[in-house]
Design a protein around this ligand. Structure first.
Ligand code: ZN
Length: 137
């Protein structure tokens, strides 16, 4: 295996080998029905088609102790792929996904604060102009 990953054909071979040895819940894995990525990608979050950095996992399953079968989707161009990836590549992908989640939460908190400040400013302006009356509540 080169660069920590292989293509769908490799995943199918690994799944077949795993089914003969130990089940371990592998029965839920589906056969990949899509073509392998056209080019090698080490960072799973980068789309091989459009270069978007927002690729996310759609489905995943452990194939053995150090390999994962992961189905990926790009939200920009809808490119989908399935591959067999080594633990280190999946761990790095997981860290990138966690950082993305943290970034989204930080953006959400900033947006909530900005909206609250704008609302308070409007309310304060209305109070100062004596435009808020008891009947408004
Ligand atoms: Zn894409």
């Amino acid at each position: 295996m080169q660069g920590g990953w292989t293509n769908v054909q490799g995943a199918e071979m690994a799944v077949r080998a795993g089914n003969g040895a130990a089940d371990g819940g592998a029965g839920s894995m589906k056969r990949p029905d899509r073509q392998p990525p056209p080019c090698l990608v080490e960072d799973l979050h980068v789309c091989p088609e459009c270069g978007c950095g927002l690729v996310h996992p759609v489905d995943w399953a452990a194939v053995d102790a150090v390999h994962w079968r992961v189905e990926l989707r790009c939200p920009e161009c809808e490119h989908r792929s399935v591959g067999l990836y080594e633990q280190a590549v999946v761990d790095r992908f997981d860290q990138i996904l966690d950082a993305g989640t943290d970034s989204l939460y930080a953006d959400l908190r900033r947006l909530e604060r900005t909206n609250m400040e704008a609302e308070l400013k409007r309310f304060s302006t209305l109070l100062a102009a004596d435009l808020v009356l008891p009947e408004d509540f």
